[in-house]
Design a protein around this ligand. Sequence first.
Ligand code: NAP
Length: 329
Amino acid sequence: MDTLLESALVLRALVVIGGFTVLFYCCKFTWKCWRGFRVYVLSEYWRADLRAYGQWAVVTGATSGIGKAYAMELASRGLDVVLVSRSEGKLQAVAKEIERMYGRQTRIIQTDFTEGPQIYPRIAEKLQGLEIGILVNNVGMNYAGMLVSFLDVPDPEQRITQVINCNILSVTQMTRLVLPHMAERHKGLIINVSSEAASAPQPLLSLYSATKIFVTYFSRCLNSEYRSQGITVQCVTPFIVSTNMTYNIEVGAFVKSAPAYAHEALNTVGYSSFTSGCILHALQHSALSVFFPEWFRLSSFSVRQMERFARSHQQQIEAMIQESQKKQN
Ligand SMILES: NC(=O)c1ccc[n+]([C@@H]2O[C@H](COP(=O)([O-])OP(=O)(O)OC[C@H]3O[C@@H](n4cnc5c(N)ncnc54)[C@H](OP(=O)(O)O)[C@@H]3O)[C@@H](O)[C@H]2O)c1
């Protein structure tokens, strides 16, 4: 009789625990859906007034891809734009396009972020006197045309320094230049472009993935430090966007165009400080974390499969690179 009573009690306890667990996951799922709805759907209708941050926006890597798209979108929302990139000709062309299309003022700063710390005093000089409300730290580079092991990167000695200078140093130094004035004015927005490749360690993209997790952590820490002073530091983690970096891969069900990405990502300002940037990439992020968890991505089996994939698609990738280079010229 006692054993029967004990079993009934255990059963009842298990039912209660099970019930609470189901309730917990239902609440978590509902909360996630609501957050996603707010960040990616409602934000299209109730957008932050970006002009309120200040007159000028500075965008690094602003002559093509995501950076150019951010610059155009910011101009269309009423900001004057400072464009920073490597090629003078492309900078002038984008500046003219912005002035013609949106009637905003532009300034250009030609610089190469791979060169290291010596470029920043000149950039500081060029930014002096401008009321900078928004900084978009977008510039970034991969270190090989495809998936490769660390030692197979072409010219690794030079390339490692270039990637670190471009992907990490640029973000920290540009932030150092604009943040003091934002802090004085108690308002400002810094958008740092990280990557989905940082959501988990990514073998065969090791250096790129590591530089991007730096950007993510730096942004999230800085947001906590400066939020109370009226400054937002937003980190966006795009998945695949059709740009020169992705060999202008066709836009489709899984690939976003740069203008569409920048439009949606800018809508999320004020709704989220750490975001995939658009609903398509948020869904892809969730699916990836379920179907390709971190332990699997890091397994030797997964690395071997990715190497095999890269080898078997080498010719196709080389053809895409050539095609994309032709388009850029
Ligand atoms: N595309 C994607 O799928 C994707 C996904 C995740 C994250 N991201 C990140 O998004 C950001 C933008 O990528 P993207 O795909 O738009 O790249 P992109 O099309 O290759 O554009 C890069 C931009 O940066 C400039 N740039 C490149 N190297 C530079 C350097 N050393 N100094 C100064 N400017 C330089 C380029 O200007 P010039 O042509 O004048 O050199 C160009 O304007 C990067 O941080 C990237 O890591 C991209």
